[in-house]
Write a protein that binds this ligand. Structure first.
Ligand code: ZN
Length: 178
């Protein structure tokens, strides 16, 4: 299956809030499979729609890569309702290759979202899945994990970021599913 192009740091699509998901196009299941294929081929655990150029408030994640008791899932129109505790762990991002930094996030969250059948669910997550969800919901709100590290640390990676942005300059337009 063809991978989708990952939009890199510097793309305006990663800087703005995505559109709320209304009716999904008929071809969406096919696109979703391509999203999964893209995520797996790049060794990612989560992938937001705007990372592949789709301006829609949804992301996918496969927690089974971390915990065999959990599975892969799509989160449509996700919203974090509650957050508690803190946890600091190193993160990376497919849109910011080769950069890993420690990020402090909530340890436990409650999230409301719709599944592919468009049923609204409310679930609690803690630890690793909670981190992935917070990272991806940030993407959908136009926030990258490097905005959650100290300005000093960010200054250390400035030249690397600049190089990534230069590579990603062609990926600026949103895509449509057809
Ligand atoms: Zn990311």
């Amino acid at each position: 299956m063809d991978s989708l192009e990952i939009y890199l740091y510097g793309s305006p699509l990663l800087k703005r809030k995505t559109k709320r998901v209304g009716n999904l196009p008929e071809k969406f299941p096919e696109f979703l499979e391509r999203m999964y294929a893209t995520m797996y081929s790049d060794d990612g655990i989560g992938l937001s729609a705007n990372q592949v150029g789709l301006d829609q408030h949804l992301f996918i994640a496969d927690f089974a890569l971390h915990d065999k008791n959990l599975s892969r899932e799509i989160f449509i129109n996700p919203e974090i309702l509650e957050a508690s505790g803190t946890d600091t762990l190193e993160e990376g991002c497919l849109s910011i290759p080769e950069i890993r930094e420690k990020v402090t996030r909530a340890f436990k969250i409650k999230v409301r979202y719709e599944n592919l059948q468009r049923e609204t669910l409310e679930r609690e997550y803690e630890g690793f899945p909670a981190r992935v969800i917070q990272h991806e919901v940030d993407h959908l709100n136009g926030i990258l994990f490097i905005e959650r590290i100290s300005p000093l640390k960010r200054s250390f990676i400035q030249s690397k970021l600049k190089r990534i942005a230069e590579k990603g300059t062609t990926q600026t337009e949103p895509i449509t599913i057809q």
